[in-house]
Structures are given as structure tokens and as C-alpha cells.
Design a protein around this ligand. Structure first.
Ligand code: ADP
Length: 418
């Protein structure tokens, strides 16, 4: 015998019928197993008497039975510690696949009638497999009469359904997560292949052209082609560096080497790099005086600045760009402000996610959606915060903060208004 596979036959009283319908409804409608079990056992107690109920399920890790749920509902309410008493009945029902009745003696520490313990063990069937045992315990007799055993089997069948629902929900969630992962991997491969192909296409095209033996290229044309090859190789290297950084940042393998650093100097260096790369850009600095030092990895913070400035150049090409640096209570706040197209509000919460790019016009500009993610990870590794304020057609202000250390910078002439 493997225990009841369908609810046992017709019931007798109206109370039983109502409780049975209510139990069936709970099983059909409840997704939270713990709440479902609480309700089912509360309803069960209206149709037959028991003092404790406990559920033992096979552990996925060890394969052994482990307590999964326990509740004292009747006379044993104050004796929750004794719930484990039903374990032998659960084990026997699990091992034999049959309903078992055990009578035990609580021993001399329990006075009076309650020394007598009756345990009704029922096999727990989920998806046609016995996965554990359900135990109803009754203290102080009398034992469970046959009609109560029948009702208990009915309840056990429904508890099995509740667990089956949970198993299926879990399985669906796992499958959905796997599908989402596969989708993200596909999307990642297609984005990255596209991004790698573009510079590679230029390099291959111009090199093949230069190698043609039937054409005698003028020196200035040759230089121009080689410059394109040079630029595109830089892009390729930058892309691969970003990919490596992003994977190291994600797994926490990118260590920061932090030393007390003058932030104003970092900002000036970053703005010089941007000016030499984009001489046409109207870049201004507003740096507050007497900035304290901050404990930072200068290379990584420079990377954040370069990224924000490069984005301002890419997405707000004709705009004035201003770097504003302020000393707040215990941190330095750095802002990169442009007067470009701005970013639609609904995309702002996602901007710092890996591979996120705003769809629409700006997505025609080359990029991978890694830059802001890398910035966020670097700033967070410094215990700082990063964010953006943006309004459509007015512009965007990307900002980040870095906690300061108490030593004031010696150079007081940091105010620049260019
Ligand atoms: P990428 O530039 O490679 O696409 P980022 O992570 O640096 O990746 O930026 C994510 C997206 O944020 C960009 O695709 C762009 O749509 C938007 N964005 C970033 N900076 C600006 C800016 N200054 N103005 C408008 N949009 C911006």
C-alpha cells in the first residue's frame, strides 16, 4: 500500500463537509506553503481532535527526514519542545508508505493522563512519490478512532497537494530563471560581437586597402588610413578592457589600491586628457577651495571621470560641459554637467546597470552600456554614491561622492573658472 492517492470517500456531517471544502479551497488558492499549512491544520482541528501536528520531509541534501513544519494547536500548546516526539511515527509512515498508529509513554516527568501519547503517522505523497511523513499527536487519550484516521488521511492528501504546488512553482521559477539567463547571454554575445566587429571591420578594410599593390597611395592618404586603424585599435582595446573590468568588478576580483589623494589634481589631469582628445569641447572647471584629500585609487577614479566626460562628449556633442567639485560635510561631490538632450525619466533607474543603453536616438551612437556600470562599481568600492539628474532637452548632471579624510589639502589656489 502506498497510502491514499485520492481524497477518501463521502463524509458524514455538515461541519465536516464545510471544513473539507474550505481545506480544498485553501490548497487551490494558497501559494505560500507555510500560511497554507497553518490554515489547513486550523481547519482540520474543527473536524477531529489532535494536540500537535508535525511534518517531516526528505532533505534534498542529505536524503534524510528533517522537520519541515510543526505546530501545537491543542492541549499541548505549551509543550512545543515535545513536537519531535512524533518523529518515529513519521519515519515509519515514510518507510512503509502506510498509515501508522503508535502509542508512547511520555515518562514520569509528565503527570496525569497526558503521559499517554498517541501518534498517527501518514505517508506524505508529492507527485506520486513518498517524500516524508505527517504526524498528528494526541495527548492523554483516547486514541484516534477510524473516522478520524480517515479524515487525517484526507488532510494528508491535501497537504501533499500543497507541497506539490510549491514544488511546481519552484520548478517554474527555476526554468524561468534559466531561460532569462540564456536570453541575457544571447543578448550579451550579440551586443559584444557587434561592438567588436565594428572596429575590426574598419581595421581590416583600411589595412587591406593599403596593401593593394595596384594602387599607389599618396603619403597623406596613407597617414589618414593608418590614423583610422590606430583609432579603431584603441577602441577595440578599450572595449576589451571594459569587458575585463566589468567581469572583475562583478565578481569582486578588481582590487582598489587607495591612498590619500588630491582630488583637484585628478580633475585637472582628466580635463587635460579630454581637452587634448577633443579640442573643440567647451570644458569648464569649478573647483571649490581647500578641498580635503580623499582615500582613493587614483587610476580608477580617473577612469570614472574619463567615462563621464567621454559620455558628455558623445551624447551632448555641442554642449558646454562643466565639472563642479564641492566639499560637503564628510565627502567631496563631483558633478559633470552638460546641456545636451537629457535622458527620459523611465530609463534613469537602469542607467547604471550592466549593458543598459537608452533605446532611441542615442543608441545609434557607439557604445556597450558598460561605462556607467563600471563607474558605479568603482564609486561604490570607495564607499561613495553615484547618480544623475536629467531633464529632457535641458541636459544631464552625473554626480558622484567620495568620502573624505580629515587632512586639508595644502594647495589653496584650486579655484578655476575657465
Ligand atoms: P555607452 O555609452 O557605452 O552606451 P554607458 O553605460 O556609459 O554606456 O551609458 C549608458 C547610456 O546612458 C548610454 O547608452 C546613453 O544612452 C546614456 N547616457 C550616458 N551619458 C549620457 C549623457 N551625458 N547624456 C545623455 N545620455 C547619456
Amino acid at each position: 500500500m502506498t497510502g491514499p492517492l485520492v481524497p477518501p470517500g463521502p463524509l458524514t456531517t455538515g461541519t465536516e463537509l464545510n471544513a473539507v471544502y474550505a481545506i480544498a479551497r485553501v490548497v487551490a488558492e494558497t501559494y505560500d506553503t507555510e500560511t497554507g499549512l497553518d490554515t489547513v491544520f486550523r481547519l482540520a482541528r474543527t473536524i477531529f481532535i489532535f494536540d500537535i501536528v508535525s511534518l517531516y520531509l526528505q532533505s534534498e541534501k542529505t536524503g534524510d527526514l528533517e522537520p519541515a513544519y510543526a505546530s501545537a494547536l491543542g492541549r499541548g500548546r505549551s509543550q512545543e519542545a515535545e513536537l519531535s516526539w512524533g518523529e518515529p511515527a513519521a519515519r515509519e509512515a515514510y518507510r512503509t508508505g502506510q498509515t501508522v498508529l503508535r502509542q508512547e509513554d511520555a515518562g514520569p516527568s509528565v503527570k496525569g493522563r497526558e503521559r499517554r501519547r498517541d501518534y498517527l503517522g501518514l505517508p506524505m505523497l508529492v507527485g506520486g512519490r513518498c517524500v516524508g511523513g505527517l504526524v498528528f499527536g494526541r495527548f492523554g487519550g483516547p486514541s484516534f478512532p477510524p473516522e478520524h484516521i480517515r479524515l487525517a488521511e484526507f488532510v494528508a492528501w491535501h497537504v501533499g497537494q500543497l507541497l506539490e504546488n510549491r514544488r511546481l512553482a519552484h520548478r517554474i521559477a527555476t526554468l524561468e530563471a534559466q531561460r532569462e539567463l540564456a536570453r541575457m547571454q544571447d543578448e550579451f554575445i550579440s551586443t559584444i560581437s557587434h561592438e567588436l566587429r565594428t572596429p575590426l571591420g574598419f581595421i581590416k578594410g583600411y589595412v587591406t586597402t593599403l596593401l593593394r599593390e595596384d594602387v599607389d597611395w599618396k603619403p597623406e592618404t596613407r597617414v589618414e588610413f593608418l590614423r583610422i586603424v590606430d583609432d579603431e585599435s584603441d577602441r577595440l582595446r578599450e572595449l576589451i578592457d571594459n569587458l575585463l573590468d566589468s567581469s572583475r568588478l562583478e565578481s569582486g576580483r578588481l582590487g582598489m589600491t587607495c591612498v590619500p589623494t588630491r582630488i583637484a589634481t585628478l580633475i585637472r589631469d582628466a580635463s587635460e586628457r579630454t581637452r587634448s582628445a577633443h579640442p573643440e569641447m567647451d570644458l569648464r572647471l569649478e573647483i571649490e577651495e581647500n578641498l580635503p584629500s580623499a582615500d582613493v585609487d587614483a587610476t580608477r577614479i580617473s577612469q570614472v571621470l574619463d567615462n563621464l566626460l567621454s559620455n558628455a562628449h558623445k551624447y551632448a556633442p555641442d554642449s558646454t560641459v562643466t565639472i563642479v567639485v564641492k566639499n560637503l560635510d564628510d565627502n567631496i561631490r563631483i558633478e559633470v554637467k552638460d546641456f545636451g538632450p537629457g535622458i527620459p525619466t523611465e530609463h534613469i533607474p537602469h542607467l547604471f546597470e550592466r549593458f543598459y543603453r537608452v533605446p532611441g536616438e542615442t543608441s545609434t551612437i557607439r557604445g556597450t552600456g558598460l561605462g556607467l556600470y563600471i563607474c558605479r562599481k568603482i564609486v561604490e568600492a570607495h564607499s561613495g554614491k553615484i547618480g544623475v539628474h536629467s531633464k529632457l532637452d535641458e541636459g544631464s548632471t552625473f554626480y558622484f561622492s567620495l568620502p573624505t579624510i580629515a587632512i586639508a589639502e595644502t594647495n589653496n589656489s584650486e579655484k578655476d573658472d575657465e
